[in-house]
Design a protein around this ligand. Structure first.
Ligand code: SAH
Length: 345
């Protein structure tokens, strides 16, 4: 069966055409899907026989809310969605003064093995389908009752390890008849799978590419992020430069500050050099403590001092607010709990 929520309106039209169905039927179906229909039965302006025929041909599934937590501190909402096959993924909705941002997962689990991250503990289970990523945005918007204007691909999983599905998701979410969210309002975050950077640049998407750097030198970075081994920071910087030259889109470096690991003055100086070289913006954030991980966040005063060094070197730097601290709004923590309970039950 074809997964109809992973299809663009044009593809649905093509498909219907090949079945000799009039084009207005395809349009009606796309409209129902964009309105959130979760079955063909709801599409009341279609003849009953057509609805049954479509049901035989296409699958249509919307994830269910397994858990929803609302932060008392800042209203950040965290959802745990149940997928059709029993897996679960997380989505976070953050309210900012410029609109609502949704942080979506791209895979069930992750195989990148970053030492500080909760998402990777059980490895990769599977990639998400375009329809599943779209549903994270769609269902979050429907549940919170406010328009989602920004998307960050910073939840569970490595987007570039699910390249084709993520590209399709971007097309869908950007499509005027689907969600109509502008590419400039979307950030894709990667641990640095540089073999995919040129391919991504070729798509010329106007999205923001965020690189999870977390350390400016190979020794520290390879310890924290296995994805650095065999690739290296120099090669990552070259790939970033090429990306910037091709797309004209400034890259962001994500830098989670870990006490005594990546927060020395030497790290700050080298980071400044790297960022200036690539013309990158640096986003600093205190590490979120993860129960299973030994790392601790740097102290606030340490972070401020680190930031001062970057600024004095002329780097464009932002200290990110920590949101949803009371709802475990950091990658993979909620799903991890869900899996643990399931194992225990
Ligand atoms: N795989 C992608 C996107 C998912 S992770 C990537 O690596 O970029 C989203 C961001 O959260 C990344 O910058 C990641 O390094 C960071 N992150 C993961 N665990 C964290 C933690 N415990 N504290 C702070 N940041 C964390």
């Amino acid at each position: 069966m074809k997964d109809i929520l992973s299809m663009l309106p044009e593809e649905i039209s093509e498909d219907f055409k090949s079945k000799n169905l009039p084009s207005f039927r395809a349009k009606q179906v796309s409209e129902w899907l964009a309105k959130g229909a979760s079955s063909f039965d709801e599409m009341l302006n279609l003849p009953k026989e057509l609805r049954s025929a479509l049901q035989e041909e296409y699958s249509l599934y919307r994830p269910e809310i397994l858990r929803k937590q609302v932060s008392r501190l800042d209203g950040t909402v965290k959802y745990l969605w149940g997928l059709q096959d029993g897996n679960a993924v997380e989505t976070v909705v953050m309210h900012n003064n410029y609109g609502n941002t949704v942080c979506i997962s791209t895979q069930v689990g992750c195989r990148q093995g970053c030492a500080f991250c909760a998402s990777t503990i059980g490895g990769l289970v599977r990639c998400l389908e375009p329809s599943e990523m779209l549903s994270e945005v769609f269902a979050s918007q429907a549940d919170c009752g406010e328009r989602i204007s920004n998307i960050v691909l910073m939840g569970i999983g490595e987007p570039l390890d699910n390249f084709d599905n993520v590209m399709k998701f971007l097309q869908l979410v950007n499509h005027p008849q689907v969600m109509n969210i502008g590419m400039r309002h979307i950030s894709l975050s990667t641990c640095g799978l540089i073999e995919r950077f040129d391919e991504l640049a070729e798509k010329d998407l106007q999205i923001t590419l965020s690189v999870s750097l977390h350390a400016p030198d190979d020794e520290t970075r390879s310890k924290l992020m296995p994805a650095n081994r065999g690739r290296g920071v120099d090669a990552l910087m070259d790939a970033c430069k090429r990306y910037y030259e091709k797309t004209g889109r400034r890259i962001s470096f994500e830098y989670s500050m870990i006490n005594g690991v990546n927060d020395t003055e030497a790290h700050a100086r080298l980071l400044a050099k790297r960022a200036k070289d690539v013309g990158a913006h640096v986003n600093l954030i205190a590490l979120n403590h993860v129960e299973e991980r030994a790392f601790e966040p740097s102290t606030q005063s340490h972070i401020k001092a680190f930031m001062k060094i970057l600024e004095s070197e002329g780097v464009n730097v932002t200290l990110r607010r920590k949101l949803g601290g009371d709802v475990e709004a950091s990658c993979g923590q909620l799903r991890r709990k869900f899996e643990k309970n399931r194992e225990g039950s």
